[in-house]
Structure formats: structure tokens, C-alpha cells
Design a protein around this ligand. Structure first.
Ligand code: AMP
Length: 384
């Protein structure tokens, strides 16, 4: 029987972005206190948490003080160094475990874990030296995608190699970092399964969510995904088997490519709530953030039922380019909900917030979030 951490207790969160913010909102709804730890201050999570510690992750004294002051620890940012998690785990339980974090924060370790356990992935080769890359491109062919092994997200640290002549420049862009070369997948669509595993093995999922990316950054997600029953069942089975194999505790996102002949390939794992699951915050009985909370606290998981089909559109810093967006205009559609993360600096490509909508069909919900976002951007231009 899992040790339960009950309301009134304090949850420690490594990382302080929007995922931690939405987690903190759910935790506070349930009467928990939240303490966030990251190098930054006045952060999306810190603005909502009870306590915000601003310290470097390698300040292990600060990490130990933090860990000793909370009842359980989770994270919203997977690039927390292993030494930080190990120091914290001397004092307090950390979910998901440091070992899972170690596996998933490096593409090579993650892909090796997936392929050695029989999960389907695009063919890949580890790259350290330029000769490795020549040989790997010879084997996998072009196009192929070169990705840094560590610290990659939203397409950062990725180069598509379309011809042999591009090998040298792609390699120098790595700047000495270890990398992985992957076959280019000519996918039909991208989908994800957001799921949660409890400490006693209980498993819950939000079905299959369909994701459209723009410039490698998630643009729109909707649920339910337009996939066959066979693909749906296979995606859930793979996600569940991954969670079981990792003995995972918490919310996990498995991102997939779906090929034209209905084959699923795992692209990557996110060991935390995920952008494609943001729509669960409005559209489901229990959000992906509350599920994370329940799992790390050893509580039963909640219902993942959807009130209706739903869609989410990300709001990037680009929307501010021509002035403050007209929030009122976007809210003119009563089915639209706006979430903003409290970030003061609006850089292009930076995730600043998102819009969700619920409707009778996923297609209508996608239209609603798309229209609301267009209204925001157009109005911002008109206002200058
Ligand atoms: P990642 O950071 O690996 O999730 O990549 C970001 C996005 O780049 C993915 O969601 C895809 O849209 C695209 N992408 C990444 N790897 C590949 C690949 N091997 N083949 C085709 N597209 C890819």
C-alpha cells in the first residue's frame, strides 16, 4: 500500500514553468501547499505556489534544504541534473524516480530503452564522431534527422540532413555534443497518449490526442484523434507497457508518429504532464495535472472522461509582435477559454499561454481555437 501524502502537506516541484503552474493550481484546489525550486524568480509556477526557492540546481545544500522541507517531490522540467534528484531523494520520495528522469532526459538512453524493450521506434544510430555520422547516413539514407542527445525540445538541437553534402555542417552544429541520427519518418500524423500510473500500478489515460506542429513546436492538439480503433488500442497498449516497464509513477506522455500504413513509432517520452494534455485541464473530469498530484501523493486516480471533444492552440510570443492581443475579442466565443502563464518577456517561439475550446466535434473545437487565435493576432495588429 502506497504511503499517502494528504491535503495540507507540501508538494515540492523542481522546475517553475507553465506545467508547474497548472500543477500548482490543481494542488491548491485540493488543499495542498506547493514549493517550487528553480534558478529563476517570479516564475509561472512561483506566482501560484506558496513558496518559490530561486537557487541553482547544482547548489546541493539548497536542494537538501528544499527536500527536507517538503513531503514529496515531483518535477515539471526533465532536465534537472541527476545529482540534484539524488540529493533530494536522500530526504524525500521523488516521483517519477531519478532513474526514469535519467533515461528520458537523453535521447540516446531513451531510444535504447525503448528499442531494447521491443517498443517501436524509427531506426537510429548513436553519433560521437564525424565518421559515425558518415557511416550512419550511409545506413539510414537521406533524409534523416540529427538530434543532440541531451537538452533538446521543440526541435532545438535538430538538423535535417537531406543530402550527403550536408553532413559536415550538420556535424559542426553539434558543437561536440553527443547526438543521435534518426531515419526521417514520412508520417501521416503525430499523436500522443497522456497517461498516469499510480504507486499501486493503477493506470488511466486520456485516449489518443492528435497533434499538429508548426516549426517543430506544438501548434494545435485535439481529442479524440481521428484514428482507427486498431491504432487507438495499439497506442494505449504501448503507452501502458512503457509505464509498466519503467514502473512509472506520475503522468507520462508518449509521443508517436503514425505512418501512412498505420504503424505507430514512439518519437519521445515526456516524464511529466505534456503540452498535448493541456486540453484536459478544461475538458476532463480530472486533468493531467491533478492525476500527477494524485499519483505522487499515493491517492486513487480520477476519471479521465471528457465532457466533450476539445482542442487546444498554443499562444507563442509572436502574437505580441504588433502589440497587446485583444483578449476580449477572443473571448467573444463563449466556448473559448484562455490560459496565460504569467511570463513577462514575450519572445518569438516562447510558449506564453494557450486557448482551449470544447464543441460537439473535435473539428469544431479546432475551428474555435483557430478562430480565437486569429482574432487575437488580427486585433493586436489593428490596435497599433
Ligand atoms: P522532437 O523534439 O524530437 O519531438 O521533434 C519535434 C518535431 O520535429 C516532431 O514533433 C516532428 O514534427 C519533427 N520530427 C522529429 N523527428 C522526426 C523524424 N525522425 N522524422 C520526421 N519528423 C521528425
Amino acid at each position: 500500500m502506497a504511503k499517502q501524502v494528504l491535503p495540507g502537506s507540501t508538494i515540492g516541484v523542481f522546475g517553475s514553468g507553465q506545467l508547474g503552474r497548472m500543477f500548482a493550481i490543481e494542488a491548491r484546489k485540493l488543499g495542498y501547499r506547493v514549493h517550487t525550486f528553480s534558478p529563476d524568480s517570479d516564475t509561472p509556477t512561483g506566482q501560484v505556489a506558496d513558496i518559490e526557492t530561486s537557487s541553482r540546481y547544482d547548489d546541493l545544500d539548497a536542494v537538501r534544504n528544499f527536500a527536507a522541507s517538503v513531503d514529496v517531490i515531483t518535477f515539471e522540467f526533465e532536465n534537472v541534473p541527476s545529482a540534484t534528484v539524488e540529493a533530494a531523494a536522500e530526504f524525500t520520495a521523488v516521483f517519477p524516480s531519478g532513474e526514469i528522469l535519467h533515461t528520458t532526459q537523453n535521447r540516446l538512453r531513451e531510444k535504447t530503452f525503448l528499442s531494447t524493450n521491443g517498443f517501436p521506434v524509427a531506426e537510429f544510430k548513436p553519433i560521437k564522431l564525424i565518421d559515425d555520422l558518415h557511416r550512419a547516413v550511409g545506413k539510414l539514407g537521406t533524409p534523416s534527422v540529427l538530434k543532440t542527445a541531451g537538452f533538446g525540445y521543440d526541435g532545438k538541437g535538430q538538423t535535417k540532413i537531406s543530402a550527403i553534402g550536408e553532413i559536415e555542417s550538420a556535424f559542426s552544429a553539434l558543437d561536440g555534443r553527443d547526438a543521435v541520427l534518426e531515419s526521417f519518418v514520412d508520417f501521416e500524423k503525430e499523436v500522443s497518449v497522456v497517461c498516469t500510473r499510480g504507486q499501486d500500478g493503477e493506470f488511466a489515460h486520456y485516449g489518443v490526442i492528435e497533434n499538429d506542429h508548426r516549426n517543430h513546436i506544438l501548434d494545435i492538439s485535439f481529442a479524440p484523434a481521428a484514428v482507427s480503433e486498431k491504432v487507438f488500442n495499439e497506442a494505449i497498449r504501448i503507452a501502458r507497457d512503457i509505464a509498466e516497464t519503467l514502473e512509472y509513477v506520475g503522468t507520462l506522455c508518449v509521443e508517436f508518429f503514425l505512418t501512412k500504413n498505420e504503424k505507430l513509432l514512439v518519437n519521445e517520452l515526456a516524464p511529466r504532464p505534456h503540452n498535448s494534455g493541456h486540453l484536459t485541464f478544461d475538458a476532463c473530469v480530472t486533468s493531467q495535472f491533478e492525476q500527477q498530484l494524485r499519483a505522487v501523493c499515493g491517492l486513487p486516480l480520477g476519471s479521465t472522461d471528457y465532457y466533450s471533444p476539445a482542442a487546444m492552440a498554443n499562444l507563442l510570443g509572436d502574437i505580441w509582435e504588433s502589440g497587446e492581443p485583444d483578449w476580449g475579442a477572443a473571448l467573444g466565443d463563449p466556448s473559448v477559454k484562455i490560459h496565460l502563464y504569467g511570463k513577462s518577456e514575450q519572445r518569438p517561439g516562447r510558449k506564453m499561454g494557450h486557448i482551449t475550446a470544447m464543441a460537439n466535434t473535435a473539428a469544431e473545437a479546432v475551428n474555435a481555437v483557430g478562430n480565437a487565435r486569429n482574432v487575437l493576432a488580427v486585433q493586436a495588429k489593428l490596435l497599433i
